[in-house]
Write a protein that binds this ligand. Structure first.
Ligand SMILES: Cc1ncc(COP(=O)(O)O)c(C=O)c1O
Length: 395
């Protein structure tokens, strides 16, 4: 044997671009360089103490054994209650399962619903893992180009045309959107549901940023609208809002047959989501922590305002205020044209010459843009703006 060779499917899976940039920035940092890393989408706050304490208590009390594959019944019930009361949904406990992070939930959902060779529409700009997750489920990702002039909200006619052209089986949507921060109106979400219904598409709705909203925006889940519930699978949880990033829990909610199938798959590939993390997540469901949420949102809001004001002063760069999540999607098309650089080359120059890690828009199918995460302290954002300006003014 000439050595082990990974199979064709795994060879089609690329490393996550955001993790790759973050790793390169970490390497420079380890070598003693003063790198500002705004690549990763991880809040700079710690997990709230009462939630962490529940995890510690679980360990101390020996609550550390296997659980049922879809999570403990109390957490499935609490997850359903949280989804129903926060977002106007109507799930029973057995229509909700606990997964290992939103990523795990998306994986289980796609494995449960995609037939081999089926086309799945992904609206650009999209979170980097969707195409790979569809490919791993033996589906075929079809990217619908970004609707830049509509504030990154696609009109129904575009989605309808793409669904018909590709004979798509389903669509993945993500609002509030990573990387654009777009939040659609209720009418836009209803139009999406109507198109899905007209083309008999399932909708996988990644709502992991649903409580991180600005300027009075409201989050509307397609599952809350007429015609939406029966064709929508919802992914939500506390990863981003409560810094449960390392705990690896989330909720997957949807019609029973799909959730049952996802539970069977999870029972075979994962067993159960971490027992200790389930105990912590139960506290996150039951304890609203309004002061903590206000503190976080006002920090994000201050950073968002700062970036919008300062980046729009840099010649050749533009930033439309995001309405949700914690990303700034900076339009660098003009400065790129002036300097003869594309977004990937701009990000390389920013990291190599100005020690600023940002993710090129190409990673999200939005070339000509770059993404900065403002889940980072103000002093880092100030340095980042100074470095963007230095890049803009450089030869
Ligand atoms: C849109 C979106 N979905 C899912 C995830 C993954 O979240 P989790 O850490 O809960 O797996 C991320 C993380 O960046 C994300 O931005």
């Amino acid at each position: 044997m000439a050595g082990l060779v990974p199979n064709a499917r795994s060879r089609r899976i690329e490393e996550s671009a955001t993790l790759a940039i973050t790793a390169k920035a970490a390497k420079l940092k380890a070598a003693g360089r003063d790198v500002v890393s705004l690549g990763a989408g991880e809040p700079d706050f710690v997990t709230p103490a009462p939630i962490a304490a529940s995890g510690i208590r679980a360990i101390e009390q020996g609550n550390t054994r296997y659980t049922a594959a879809p999570g403990v019944p109390e957490l499935r019930a609490a997850g359903a209650k949280w989804l129903n009361t926060t977002f106007g949904l109507g799930y029973a406990a057995d229509e909700v399962m606990v997964c290992a992070g939103a990523k795990g939930a998306l994986h289980m959902a796609l494995d449960a619903i995609v037939e081999p060779g089926q086309k799945v529409l992904i609206l650009a700009p999209y979170w980097v893992s969707y195409p790979a997750l569809v490919t791993m489920a033996d589906g075929v990702p079809v990217i619908v180009p970004a609707a830049i002039d509509r504030g990154f909200i696609h009109d129904a006619a575009t989605i309808d045309a793409a669904a018909k052209q590709h004979k798509a089986a389903g669509i993945i949507v993500n609002y509030p959107n990573n990387p654009s921060g777009a939040v659609p109106s209720r009418a836009d979400v209803q139009a999406l549901v109507d198109v899905a219904k007209a083309n008999d598409l399932w909708l996988l709705s990644d709502e992991i940023y649903a409580t991180l909203l600005y300027d009075g925006a409201t989050h509307v889940s397609p599952a809350a609208l007429p015609g939406g519930r029966e064709r929508t699978i919802v992914v939500n949880g506390f990863t981003k809002s409560h810094t449960l990033t390392g705990w690896r829990t989330s909720f997957l909610a949807g019609p029973r047959p799909v959730i049952d199938a996802a539970c069977r798959i999870q029972s075979q590939v994962l067993g159960n989501p971490c027992t200790i993390s389930q105990a912590a997540t139960l506290t996150a469901c039951e304890l609203p922590l309004p002061d903590e949420q206000t503190r976080r949102m006002s920090a994000f809001e201050e950073r968002r305002r700062y970036l919008v004001t300062e980046i729009n002063k840099i010649p050749g760069m533009r930033l439309t205020a995001p309405r949700g999540a914690f990303y700034a999607l900076v339009d660098v098309r003009e400065i790129g044209r002036k300097k003869g650089l594309d977004d990937v080359q701009i990000c390389e120059r920013l990291l190599d010459e100005h020690l600023l890690a940002a993710v090129p828009g190409s990673a999200f199918a939005i070339p000509g843009f770059l993404r900065l995460s403002y889940a980072a302290a103000m002093d880092l954002l100030q340095k980042a703006v100074a470095r963007l300006r230095a890049f803009a003014e450089s030869k």
